[in-house]
Design a protein around this ligand. Sequence first.
Ligand SMILES: *Cc1c(COP(=O)(O)O)cnc(C)c1O
Length: 379
Amino acid sequence: MVDLTGQYQGIKEQVDESISSILENAAFINGPDVHEFQADLESYLGVKHVIPCANGTDALQIAMMGLDLKPGDEVITADFTFAATVEVIALLQLTPVLVDVEPDTFNINPKAIESAITPKTKAIVPVHLFGQCANMDEILAIAEKHNLYVIEDNAQAIGANHTFRDGSKKKAGTMGHVGTTSFFPSKNLGCYGDGGAIFTDDDSLAHTIRGIVNHGMYERYHHDVIGVNSRLDTIQAAVLRAKLPRLDAYCESRRQAARLYSQAFKEQEHLITPKTVNRCEGICDTCDCHVFHQYTLRVTNGKRDALAAHLSQAGIPFGIYYPIPLHLQKAYADPRYNEADFPVTNQLVKEVISLPMHTELDREQIDFITNTVIRFINE
Ligand SMILES: *Cc1c(COP(=O)(O)O)cnc(C)c1O
């Protein structure tokens, strides 16, 4: 699914050099690379504060702790996402409220958000799934109207731009009150272990969060709030510093692979290729709205599982993201959910399949993959 060793060859010299210098200086925690990466990422994203932390799940949890949400507060998020999003809501004893997504972008449906709002609702967590932003024009308007926080789960879309209706642009993760990301190795900006970060333009929230990640300390050994221990280590920061200047090129390689996939599948009546909010299908040359963390097809003739088995046999990796809607997971079931409210997720889990997607895919590999898929799907 991903080729991390190929990408490493392009940054090997810089990464090896920084890692040996960290080893020489034993600056494993809070070394200079951490602060430098933080500053580099702030300027790349155009956001006032980046607070690095240990992983993307912590980032979400800490963002919610920083907003001082209280047990019983309702937090609306997508039914179709990785479990981390809903897990931290539940861990903090907030009440997750899962809602349906849109069939074309796989992202949270603003109408479903609006119908789920109650007097207890305090926040919305849009997940920018598979590499493109949720409908932030609508989501920010709903949040403003109902006085709700917006926490962007940007684990899958770092580097993506969102173009608002008025033509202005912002980077994914910088539009809500707070945004979070993950640097897990297979993410678009991945380190060589675990890592994550929180973004915000709010000075006071940034200050609160900087204390939370460090045991609730604002002054040494004074614990003003309950915190956690969540750090990005120096070695990971050094890897990320080497990769960040190449992130836009990495995203473009992914888009190029997506264009080739979508061109090959254009005439296939049983396959739906990924759509973008800009309606350019992610394949126009100037498109920067989708960074293709995943290239996800919908197989509409009931042959998804058979196709998966066939790809396995042909030695082609694939992923099913996600096979079960969160509202049907044991841990997150809630008697208040009504199956009729989740027609899209219930359908998507049967149809989606993600093809190999990374920065090192070449034309020959893509031709092999698309030919294998097309032959099978029309058998
Ligand atoms: C990967 C991911 C996370 C969690 O990130 P980790 O670094 O693995 O903790 C959260 N949300 C989404 C949507 C993700 O894809």
